[in-house]
Design a protein around this ligand. Structure first.
Ligand code: ADP
Ligand code: MG
Length: 681
């Protein structure tokens, strides 16, 4: 029996159960052990009914005051039961569970656990869990793991199988050297895994978690180090030299480069002339002007006789970069090609041929650049734009397409320092902490829906003055929403009617065909379309400097990271821009959170405040991003463990580390993939 065994080897797991496990990504015993609980339930002391708080999960100890009623409404059976605990009365409801009646007797006390809600004058719990005295006593003494399950799979089945799989996990599977365990007071792998699934107490569970979070961070830091070690010996095989075209291109720009841009370019030039392979991250907030850095780098490589590729996370962005590069380099005799997943097979083939014959100098595209069988001819530079949308693995894959190609990674995600060291430990960083000078800071407004007519009037005025506007909605199609205008399609209809024929309005969303999306974007970029009602497909990278208004509807449904990225679509030209965050509900919490954006246009500041306010968690969306798919670890809340993992890697000798890496991968193998797919909307 081994951890690599298929789950069907576990007693009692047949085809049907196996299929359910497969749905959750569980195929082997090993997968099962790594399927950690997403949370733990506790059974708190019961509260008196008179002291219950609305919308909180509470436990009461109460007895029915009369026989439960069974009513049928809309074909559904509902059990209604009044209970009392001496301090007050409340009503309990169960839907589609007529059998609970057999447990409810007037005067006989039970524990009920559920979320307290209000119906008219009385408090209720809907579908409360019902526990006898003994059951409650046992459960209240231990933590109850909660898993993401799928229909048909019960927590009991899962627990039984995890228990069985644990039998095959032995001390020998622990890859971590005893020395590291001793120094940090870590328990063994088997104990930790067992404890995370079957915790004896909160304290012991937290100890186990600490060990497992360390593992995640440690193996991650290790994989980054391995990448860096690989690189250190690598040299760029050809000598590169300065080219006049770069100077004349910069001289011909309609603006002066910011000093941050100049600094980044100097650093890139030094890298490229050094004879070593460049491995650089350009970290600059939205609108700091990263694209021109990419263009200049590609021009440099092209005139040295090398191809460059640039990978973007969405087709919309790839297409836009393609147009930008083409027109920027018109006078320089440079061939630019586009390669995306949605292109016709024949087109792709033609492009691939051109690439392998070195007929193009710059290739811009999406994932297709790594997934398609593209043969490069003399690939010298690999750029990933909006790196936070990709994973480390994808960056690696693209780079490996070119033997020893230089790498440039561009990202707008603000990352705390400790994290950057671990996450991008293999990269040199150029910080572009400056926006072009003539930009006027975006004016922000955080408002509620009553402001909608006014904002439409405002959009109309801006459009009549020759500017353009984005409206962002959270949904594509009408669903049973309270707000009839929460979706792109209904909204666009309504707004187009309001604005009239002279102001062309269109919609854009991720379910449209790529060609449609491209033509909508083109018409908007050219200024023919004045108002674009869209989902977050425009979130990353899109650049239409003439757009001066962004209205974000139901803004509270987006994360602060998305909102900041979205806002980055305006304020890109010299005219004053305006961002209107419209809250769908104006609760104080929503308004307070949105006001963070209202007060600042600085990505780093917003990240900091978001963190202070929410005590981190998924700070600024980094956690969901491609690079950071940790199962247990939370890069903010577990910052100490993150640092510990980084330091441990730094202070251990290479032999220990490479052994750890190989053996660690054996156990964590499958969950140990940081190359999340880019989230293409
Ligand atoms: P991002 O860093 O978000 O990728 P872009 O590269 O798309 O930003 O640049 C945003 C806009 O700013 C573009 O229209 C670009 O032409 C313009 N731009 C870039 N650098 C400067 C500069 N130094 N001065 C003025 N405008 C600039
Ligand atoms: Mg960009």
């Amino acid at each position: 029996m081994a951890l690599t065994d298929d789950i069907r080897k576990i007693k009692g797991v047949g085809e049907k159960t196996a299929a359910l496990f497969n749905k959750l990504g569980i195929f082997t015993k090993n997968d099962l052990l790594l399927y950690f609980p997403r949370d733990y339930d506790t059974y708190a002391k019961p509260s008196p009914i008179s002291g219950l708080k609305e919308n909180e999960k509470e436990v009461i100890y109460a007895a029915p005051t009369n026989r439960p009623e069974l009513i049928t409404r809309g074909g559904k059976q509902i059990v209604v039961c009044k209970v009392s605990d001496g301090t007050g009365e409340m009503e309990l409801l169960w839907f589609g569970a007529p059998y609970v009646r057999t447990k409810l007797y007037p005067g006989s006390h039970l524990y009920f656990k559920g979320t307290v809600t209000r119906r008219g004058n009385s408090l209720t719990m809907v579908q409360p869990e019902l526990l006898g005295v003994n059951e409650y006593r046992i459960k209240s003494q231990t933590l109850q793991p909660v898993y993401h399950l799928t229909k048909g799979l019960t927590v009991n089945t899962l627990r039984k199988c995890v228990k069985a799989a644990l039998m095959d996990l032995t001390a020998g599977d622990d890859y971590l050297p005893q020395k590291i365990k001793d120094e940090n007071d870590f328990e063994g792998l088997r104990d930790a895994v067992s404890e995370i699934h079957f915790p004896k107490s909160r304290e012991t569970m937290m100890d186990a978690r600490r060990r497992l979070v360390f593992d995640e961070f440690f193996l991650f830091a290790l994989s980054v180090k391995m990448m860096k070690d690989d690189e250190e010996v690598e040299k760029f095989p050809n000598e590169l030299h300065d080219v006049d075209e770069v100077k004349s291109y910069i001289a011909g720009l309609p603006y002066d480069l910011t000093s941050a841009q100049k600094r980044a370019l100097t650093e890139i030039r030094n890298d490229l002339l050094s004879g070593k392979r460049m491995n650089r991250l350009i970290q600059g907030d939205v609108g700091s002007g990263k694209t021109v850095i990419a263009i200049i780098s590609c021009l440099f490589m092209a005139k040295n006789g090398f191809e460059s590729v640039m990978m973007a996370p969405t087709e919309v962005l790839a297409k836009q970069h393609f147009e930008t590069f083409k027109s920027a380099l018109l006078d320089f005799d440079i061939n630019v090609a586009l390669l995306t997943g949605s292109m016709k097979a024949s087109e792709k083939k033609k492009t691939r041929e051109k690439i392998s014959n070195h007929e193009v100098d710059i290739i811009i595209g999406t994932h297709a650049l790594i997934t398609d069988s593209v043969e490069y001819n003399r690939l010298g530079l690999v750029i990933t734009d909006e790196q936070h949308r990709f994973g480390v693995k994808q960056r690696e894959k693209l780079r490996n397409k070119g033997e020893n190609a230089h790498t440039l990674v561009m990202s707008a995600t603000p990352i705390p320092r400790t994290l950057a060291v671990v996450m991008y430990g293999d990269l040199d960083v150029s910080l572009m902490d400056e926006l072009p000078a003539e930009r006027l800071p975006i004016k922000n407004a955080v408002v509620d829906k009553r402001y909608r007519p006014k904002s439409w009037e405002f959009i109309k005025k801006e459009a009549e003055n020759g500017h353009q506007a984005y409206v962002i909605c959270p949904m594509i199609e009408r669903s049973n929403e309270e707000d009839p205008l929460a979706d792109v399609l209904s909204y666009e209809k309504e707004l187009a009617g309001y604005l009239g024929k002279d102001i062309k309005t269109t919609f854009l969303h991720g379910k449209m065909r790529e060609e449609e999306k491209a033509s909508v974007m083109e018409s908007f970029a050219k200024g023919e379309t004045k108002v674009l009602v869209s989902t977050t497909v425009v979130e990353v990278g899109v650049n239409v400097p003439n757009a001066t208004v962004m209205l974000i509807e139901n803004a509270e449904r987006f994360g602060l990271a998305s909102l900041h990225q979205l806002r980055g679509r305006i304020g890109r030209g010299s005219a004053q821009s305006y961002c209107i965050f419209m809250a769908g509900k104006d609760s104080p919490e929503v308004m307070e959170r949105l006001s963070i954006l209202g007060k600042s246009n600085d990505g780093f500041k917003i990240a900091e405040e978001d963190m202070a306010m929410r005590g981190a968690g998924d700070i600024f969306g980094i956690r969901q991003s491609g690079d950071m798919v940790f199962k247990l670890g939370d890069i903010m809340n577990d910052a100490k463990i993150l640092k510990l993992a980084g330091d441990t890697v730094k202070n251990s000798d290479d032999k220990t580390l490479s052994l750890c890496y190989d053996r660690g991968k054996r156990f964590y193998g499958r969950c140990f993939s940081y190359g999340g797919e880019a989230d293409v909307l």
